[in-house]
Design a binder for this molecule. Structure first.
Ligand code: SF4
Length: 335
């Protein structure tokens, strides 16, 4: 069911600090974010776009490619994930890809205009011998002139330091949702485990990529809570992926009702306002998202996408489709 947008006077809503203050805030009360969510859409988009323009070229979009370097067989029980070994989704458990195959994919991504190459492995946490192989991939991808990102599950401080030494630029570890809703979708680890890994990544000097998923049956208050947690981290994640749930048959969320597209746009806009200097990325869910919704997301301050026909195991728009959309919107790849 679509959630009601209260009829709030624009004057009642506080002006986001980014308009007058260039320094990002880390003290966002939920009430203030709730008020932003409740604004008339045109006002919310105006504010988000104003802040976006203060911090970024509004016509530039950062393009990343995501490759699953180790697919399926994950022991975790994330309710949205087709790679969990606990659900029958038809995704087979595979071994870690060999180095040369990963580098071939990275070369293709580079040729297609990607600036960052993200490598994802379906692990609870990496084993040390696997980490050595991933470090070799990071070194190889960096040598191609691409930024590197990895998402490998929970890390220890020593593993984070090792990835940094290999040249890793970004580590992705999503908070997924609010602290209150997290237990509804994952039981094999707790929210604080996620925060701990983020601390290790940050302490190792690796940029943080951290966001969440909407459309999992959470309430707007959960979306507020997720953004409040992200925006009140000691440093904002440099990249904030906002994913729309891709319902996969066989997972507990296989029949989840679709979230209103405009609620997704609102989530992007509030993330942009609360984290004015972060790259806000449209991630999963673009395959079935209308081009008009994506255009609204760019207007709301999204400035990063994943390109390529697959996002780990789920479909994503082909390069040609994205190129055509970007041309029609007058957007260019960020350099
Ligand atoms: S989201 Fe990651 S940790 Fe969770 S089941 Fe999927 S691969 Fe495993």
């Amino acid at each position: 069911m679509q959630e009601r947008v209260p009829n709030m006077s624009i004057a009642e809503a506080p002006l986001p600090a980014g308009i007058s203050d260039a320094a990002p805030r880390h003290d966002w009360p939920r009430e203030e974010l709730r008020t932003l969510f409740d604004l008339p859409l045109s006002e919310l988009l105006f504010r988000a776009q104003s802040i976006h323009r203060e911090n970024f070229d509004p016509a530039a979009v950062q393009i990343s490619t995501l490759l699953s370097i180790k697919t399926g067989g994950c022991p975790e029980d994330c309710a949205y994930c087709p790679q969990s070994a606990q659900y029958d989704t038809g995704v087979r458990a595979e071994k870690l890809m060999p180095l040369d195959a990963v580098l071939a994919e990275a070369r293709a991504a580079c040729a297609a205009g990607a600036g960052r190459f993200c490598m994802g492995a379906a692990w609870r946490s990496p084993k040390d011998r696997d980490l050595d192989a991933v470090c070799a991939m990071i070194e190889g991808v960096k040598a191609l002139g691409l930024e590197t990102c990895a998402t490998l599950g929970m890390l220890t401080a020593a593993q984070a330091a090792k990835l940094k030494a290999a040249g890793l630029d970004y580590y992705n570890h999503n908070l997924d949702s609010s602290p209150e809703f997290y237990g509804e979708i994952i039981t094999t680890r707790i929210y604080d485990d996620r925060l701990q890994t983020l601390e290790y990544v940050r302490a190792a000097g690796i940029h943080v990529c951290c966001g969440g998923i909407v459309g999992m049956g959470e309430t707007r208050e959960d979306r507020v809570g997720m953004i409040a947690t992200l925006a009140n981290l000691p440093a904002h994640p440099e990249s904030v992926p906002i994913n729309m749930l891709v319902s996969v048959a066989g997972t507990p969320l296989g029949d989840a009702p679709a979230l209103d597209a405009l609620e997704f746009v609102r989530t992007v806009a509030v993330a942009r306002i609360a984290m004015p200097k972060s790259m806000v990325r449209l991630s999963a869910g673009r395959e079935t998202m209308s081009e008009e919704t994506q255009a609204l997301c760019f207007l709301a301050g999204a400035n990063s996408i994943f390109c390529g026909p697959k996002l780990l195991t789920t479909p994503n728009p082909e390069h040609d489709r994205d190129r055509s959309l970007m041309d029609r919107l007058g957007l260019s790849p960020m350099r």
